[in-house]
Design a protein around this ligand. Structure first.
Ligand code: ADP
Ligand code: MG
Length: 220
C-alpha cells in the first residue's frame, strides 16, 4: 500500500542543513495498525505529513498503491488526499463556529456530495462514534474525548482507506485516551489501515506493529 525508499526531509536554516528524516525506508501493508513512536522532535510528524501528502520531501521515493507520488499532478494529489486519507490531530482541529453534525460534513462538502446525503451520512457517522445526542452541540460544549470522537467521525466521512493520527490522545487524560484507542482499533478491524504517531509507549499494545524513531531514523 505504502512504500517509502531512502527518504530524507531536510530543514535548512541559513547554511545549516538539518535532517528531520534521514534516509528512511518503510513498507506499510493494507490492514496494518502501525505505530511510530519516539521522543518529541525525532521526526514523527514530519514523516506522517509526508505520508499524508501534506508535505514534500527532499530525496528518496514514496509509492502509494504502486504509484510514484512525484509523478502525480497536484490536482490528483488533492483528490487522493480527499478520498483515500483521513486525518486526526492532537488538537482535534474542529471548527468552533459549526455544530458537530456540520463539522462532520465538512469533508463531504469539499467532495461535492449533496447536502441531503451529507446530512444523512453525518447522522450515521455521529452514531458510529457514539455521540448522537451531541449532534447539535458546538465543539466548545464537548469534552476533549468527545471532540476527538467528532474529529474521528469527520476523518472517516469519505470512507478513507488510511487514517493518519498524530498524537490523537496527546490532549486527553489517560482513560479518555484509551477510549479513543479502542475506537481506532475498531475502525482498524473494520478494514481501515491506521498509521499513528505517539510519544506514549504505553499505547503500543494497540498496534499490530510499531517502529521506534530517533533523530530521523528508525532504530528497531
Ligand atoms: N518547519 C520546520 N522548520 C524547521 N525545523 C522543523 C520544522 N518542522 C519540524 N522541524 C524540526 O524537525 C524535527 C522533527 O520535527 P517533528 O517531525 O515535528 O518531530 P516530532 O513529531 O517527532 O516531535 C524537530 O527537530 C523540529 O524542530
Ligand atoms: Mg509531532
Amino acid at each position: 500500500m505504502i512504500e517509502i525508499k531512502n527518504l530524507s526531509k531536510i530543514y535548512k536554516n541559513g547554511k545549516h542543513k538539518f535532517y528531520a528524516l534521514n534516509n528512511i525506508s518503510l513498507n506499510i501493508k493494507s490492514g496494518e495498525f502501525l505505530m511510530i513512536t519516539g521522543r518529541s522532535g525525532c521526526g514523527k510528524s514530519s514523516l506522517l505529513n509526508i505520508i499524508g501528502l501534506i508535505d514534500d520531501f527532499d530525496s528518496g521515493d514514496y509509492f502509494l498503491y504502486g504509484q510514484n507520488i512525484k509523478q502525480i499532478n497536484k490536482k490528483q494529489l488533492a483528490k487522493t488526499r480527499l478520498n483515500q486519507i483521513g486525518y486526526i490531530y492532537q488538537s482535534f482541529n474542529l471548527i468552533n463556529e459549526l455544530n458537530c453534525l456540520d463539522n462532520i460534513q465538512l469533508i463531504q462538502g469539499y467532495a461535492g456530495i449533496s447536502k441531503l446525503e451529507r446530512q444523512k451520512n453525518a447522522k450515521s457517522l455521529i452514531s458510529r462514534v457514539g455521540l448522537s445526542k451531541k449532534a447539535n452541540s458546538y465543539p466548545s460544549e464537548l469534552s476533549g474525548g468527545e471532540q476527538q470522537r467528532i474529529a474521528i467521525a469527520r476523518a472517516i466521512s469519505n470512507n478513507p482507506k488510511i487514517i493518519l493520527a498524530d498524537e490523537p490522545t496527546g490532549n486527553l487524560d489517560y482513560n479518555t485516551g484509551l477510549e479513543i484507542m479502542s475506537l481506532l482499533k475498531e475502525l482498524n478491524k473494520q478494514g481501515i489501515t491506521i498509521i499513528m504517531v505517539t510519544h506514549d509507549r504505553d499505547l503500543l499494545s494497540y498496534s499490530s506493529r510499531f517502529l521506534v524513531m530517533q533523530d530521523g531514523i528508525f532504530i528497531n
